[in-house]
Design a protein around this ligand. Structure first.
Ligand code: NAD
Length: 322
């Protein structure tokens, strides 16, 4: 029995994930779906955002569908998202930035870099350690090479080796692996790359970079395809996999039934692809296109459909395609 853990999380996670869940349930009523309640809301209710048993429960799933979790800027609050990524060793964050004209994969290292969580705060100084390990760099560049090979595309390595020593280390490992793999590749400073990606997106196929650069670059690149409401992601490790929209909990629009559920639904499509249901995954993408062609879309895309109404149209389209 395939088991899917559902984490709605916080904010618009409670609105977009139910839509993605309906889509999965429509295609796979035989799967077992179970909720795991972690996040800021849980912290407000119980004083603890995520426990060891929650992590153990997540590990029992074949795949996790995840909304978004609010991380309040408080000194003593540990990010649940970072905890889960580390505990499940989800080292590759794959973020497709895609529409009918573009197809870019941003491959972000997901367990170290500036998000290693090794920090110190005194009254005079704050320090965050940027950890870049050989193991971490090798496994992310190898994943990026695998993806570049699959699509026969150029691999671009993004770094800031002109300033940061840990990125000299990252760049050199990536360049050596890419050269040995015999694929086409180049490397660019991340700041120049960010602008060039917006100006000449068709020059890019797969972009690999460290944790925080990848986080920022994928939000920026979302601009190319209509914004954060549209971009999904996969967090992949050797043993576990978690699928989530790139966007956060969007407290500014939460509870208003206006969030765009497409990023969450596309994350569900990536989940199906990961589980080997390529047909189901493609049919979800086709249903999204079908609904959008009918002019049904949420406010961020210039429409007036609510989150739930978009979900209704999507499920209807999937039923019609059966
Ligand atoms: P955000 O992605 O939540 O929102 C940024 C902007 O995009 C907001 O104006 C929001 O309304 C809009 N937006 C986001 N998703 C949308 C959607 N589906 N449809 C329409 N508009 C959408 O980023 P933020 O405001 O910087 O962060 C809010 C909270 O989310 C913070 O607590 C942050 O820590 C958290 N966050 C969590 C994750 C995660 O759980 N993986 C990722 C990013 C941010």
């Amino acid at each position: 029995m395939t088991r899917i853990a559902i984490v709605e999380g916080d904010g618009i996670g409670h609105e977009v994930i139910p839509v993605a869940r309906r889509v999965l349930e429509q295609l796979h009523p035989e799967y077992e779906y179970f909720d795991v309640d972690v996040g800021y809301g849980r912290w407000e209710r119980t004083g603890c955002p995520c426990t060891d048993p929650d992590i153990a429960e997540l590990k029992t799933a074949d795949a996790i569908l995840f909304g978004a979790i609010t991380t309040p800027p408080m000194k003593d609050y540990q990010s649940v998202v970072l905890r889960i990524r580390k505990a499940l060793d989800l080292y590759a964050n794959i973020r497709p930035v895609k529409n009918k004209d573009l197809d870019i994969l941003i491959v972000r290292e997901n367990t170290e870099g500036l998000y290693s969580g090794i920090e110190e705060l005194t009254s005079d100084r704050a320090t965050t350690l940027r950890v870049v390990s050989r193991k971490g760099s090798q496994r992310i560049i190898r994943k990026a090479i695998e993806l570049a090979r699959q699509r026969n595309g150029l691999l671009t390595i993004g770094h800031k080796a002109n300033v940061i020593k840990s990125d000299v280390f990252f760049r050199d490992i990536c360049l050596a692996e890419a050269k040995a793999a015999g694929i086409s590749y180049n490397d660019k400073f991340i700041d120049a790359l960010s602008l060039d990606l917006l100006q000449h997106p068709k020059n890019y196929s797969v972009v690999v970079t460290t944790n925080m650069f990848g986080d920022i670059l994928s939000d920026v690149a979302a601009y190319l395809v209509g914004g954060l409401g549209l971009v999904p992601s996969a967090n992949i490790g050797d043993h576990y996999a978690l699928f989530e929209p790139v966007h956060g909990s969007a407290p500014d629009i939460a509870g208003k039934n206006i969030a765009n559920p497409i990023a969450a639904v596309r994350s569900a499509s990536m989940l199906l692809h990961h589980l080997g249901d390529y047909h189901g995954s493609a049919s979800v993408e086709a249903a999204i296109d079908h609904v959008l062609r009918k002019g049904i879309c949420t406010r961020d895309m210039g429409g007036s459909a609510g989150t739930r109404e978009f979900g209704d149209a999507l499920v209807q389209s999937l039923q019609g395609a059966k």
